[in-house]
Design a protein around this ligand. Structure first.
Ligand SMILES: N[C@@H](CCC(=O)N[C@@H](CS)C(=O)NCC(=O)O)C(=O)O
Length: 212
């Protein structure tokens, strides 16, 4: 298997999942910052020009929720996704919302503002609204975590969704939210992730910290 990733991008989540699974895999760095997701060579692999991409050896899969579900189902002995209908649905509910309602909306409104208007005069207003949208999404995450009987999101058991949440926790810090005091339960969740060997290895490999 080969994961195309960019340090600290949403590809961090499948990267952690691959490490948790513990089977051999390779990584291929494609920076989302320097245009290398848009080269002709990369667009042949993923015409969307984004990371992550997982090449399984027989198939090429894009989109974080799809890659993570594939990995969890294929390597079910890693127990990263409960297969009961309700818990599978809950995992999809979380991942779809994170991908579309949080990543593709508020995060993109701030970091990819040019996708929302062709008039640079509109950018600051879109970013301002993006920040408000981000804060309300993040409050909702904190609230949902608070309502859990335990720390982990699906069926009290560590899963692919927990790995995905770490991406957003880190982005919160990068986007200027004061994550530790504002989201204490989410911080506890992030700290529990940091104790996992797989997470530590991947952060070291990508040379990133969740606090920066
Ligand atoms: N919906 C996609 C989003 C992928 C995405 O936007 N990836 C970003 C990094 S987090 C990227 O590759 N950006 C590079 C670019 O937009 O050129 C997914 O969930 O995989």
């Amino acid at each position: 298997m080969k994961l195309y990733y960019s340090p600290g991008a949403c590809s961090l989540a499948p990267h952690i999942v691959l490490e948790e699974i513990g089977r051999p895999y390779q990584t291929h760095l494609v920076s989302s910052m320097d245009g290398s997701t848009k080269t002709a060579e990369y667009l042949e692999i993923n015409p969307k020009g984004r990371v992550p991409v997982l090449d399984t050896g027989t198939d090429v899969i894009t989109e974080v929720p799809a890659i993570m579900t594939y990995l969890a189902r294929t390597y079910s002995d890693s127990k990263l996704l409960d297969d009961s209908p309700i818990n599978s649905a809950r995992a999809l509910e979380w991942m779809n919302w994170l991908a579309s309602g949080v990543h593709a909306l508020p995060v993109a409104q701030i970091w990819r503002v040019e996708r929302f208007a062709d008039d640079p005069d509109a950018y600051s207003s879109i970013k301002r609204q993006g920040m408000l949208n981000l804060e309300s999404s993040y409050q909702m995450i904190e609230q949902k975590l608070q309502e859990l009987p335990d720390l982990w999101v699906i069926a009290n058991s560590y899963s692919i969704v927990d790995a995905y949440l770490l991406v957003f926790y880190r982005w919160g810090n990068r986007l200027g939210l004061d994550m530790k005091p504002t989201f204490p339960i989410w911080t506890k969740h992030a700290l529990a992730l940091l104790e996992r060997e797989a997470v530590q290895k991947v952060l070291e490999h990508e040379q990133i910290s969740i606090w920066e």
